[in-house]
Design a protein around this ligand. Structure first.
Ligand code: MN
Ligand code: MN
Length: 323
């Protein structure tokens, strides 16, 4: 609410818009500290951004103009809208039978680690620090698509629970205590956490993470599809799973433009040990069921320096400060 320190007119105007929206809902005459910037300057700034703010043009339930508290209600011009909702899912959502147990499993894709909410917030947050305009645009396209996915999963959960109080399965699920509709938790009832989001500020690191995140989403849908016989559920989940594969490919293609999967994140160059392979798991005896020693392209001669007995090589002295 305290935006007075900002002396940039555009910034003041923008913050003011946010304050006005909040104030129109929450402010009271006892707490009128919300408007501290010069009103004329703000109005001018709004005019420049083509925002209509006259009270007579805003017949709105939240307009408290009579109390004198919120005399300016934000009414953005159409082209300034950032997000819009259309009541039309990306793909038909049609669940055949009520199934509370499956609804609970499906929560994994609503409020779970690899779920749609994680994907949506993750790509959205990553886009801010992305300095490659085309990749930033892709992140925003995919983030917005993920909101659509979130809605579809939510609709499925709701349909799977319709009239579920009569089902014995309902008694065994978290819905019987937390209420119907999708909860912001995973299939085990763990609350969604922003700890699941990675936005490193480095687009190479983020894209590598996104490839893995989409693999997680693919696997979750894969498992869900195998656990339902409902054709409607299967079809919708198959659509969602397919899109996650598409996203994974888009992220890989984007990574290709930056040097491919071996592109380096950060700016500090690696040292000489880059192509060294340490053979640290040895003495494999397949006949005893504890694995074998094998080689592959990840430690091939020529490209890689294969160190068969690294203990000898890795025997540098540990020296503390002042040694
Ligand atoms: Mn998705
Ligand atoms: Mn995705």
């Amino acid at each position: 609410m305290h935006y007075c320190p900002a002396d940039d007119l555009g910034m003041v105007g923008l913050l003011d818009d946010l304050v006005v929206v909040a104030s129109s809902i929450t402010q009271t005459p006892e707490n009128p500290h919300w408007r501290a910037a010069p009103r004329d300057a703000i109005a001018e700034s709004r005019e420049a951004r083509r925002v209509v703010t006259r009270p007579e043009q805003t017949p709105n339930a939240h307009d408290r103009s009579e109390s004198g508290i919120s005399r300016w209600i934000l009414k953005p011009a159409r082209e300034s809208l950032m997000f819009a909702h259309r009541k039309k899912p990306l793909f038909p959502v049609k669940v055949g039978e009520v199934n509370p147990k499956f609804a609970q499993k499906l929560l994994e894709q609503f409020g779970g680690r690899s779920g749609e909410f994680t994907a949506m917030t993750e790509y959205f947050v990553q886009s801010f620090a992305c300095d490659k305009p085309a990749i930033r645009d892709m992140l925003l396209d995919i983030a917005t698509e993920e909101i659509g996915h979130l809605e579809m999963v939510g609709l499925m959960v709701e349909q799977l629970l319709r009239g579920a109080e009569r089902e014995s399965a309902y008694e065994n699920t978290l819905f019987s205590m937390m209420g119907k509709g999708p909860q912001f938790c995973d299939s085990l009832g763990n609350a969604w956490t922003s700890d699941w989001i990675r936005a490193s500020g480095d687009i190479v690191a983020d894209l590598k993470h996104n490839v893995s995140a989409e693999a997680g989403a693919k696997m979750a849908y894969d498992r869900l599809i195998r656990q339902t016989d409902d054709p409607g559920c299967k079809e919708t989940l198959n659509y969602l799973m397919t899109r996650e594969i598409s996203h994974q490919r888009m992220f890989l293609k984007a990574l290709d433009t930056l040097g491919g999967i071996t592109a380096m994140e950060g700016t500090v160059k690696p040292e000489a040990e880059l192509n060294t392979y340490y053979n640290l798991s040895r003495d494999g005896r397949g006949d005893q069921g504890i694995g074998v020693d094998e080689r592959g392209p990840w430690n091939a001669e020529g490209e890689w320096q294969f160190v068969d007995e690294p203990e000898e090589k890795l025997s540098a002295k540990v020296e503390g400060p002042g040694a």
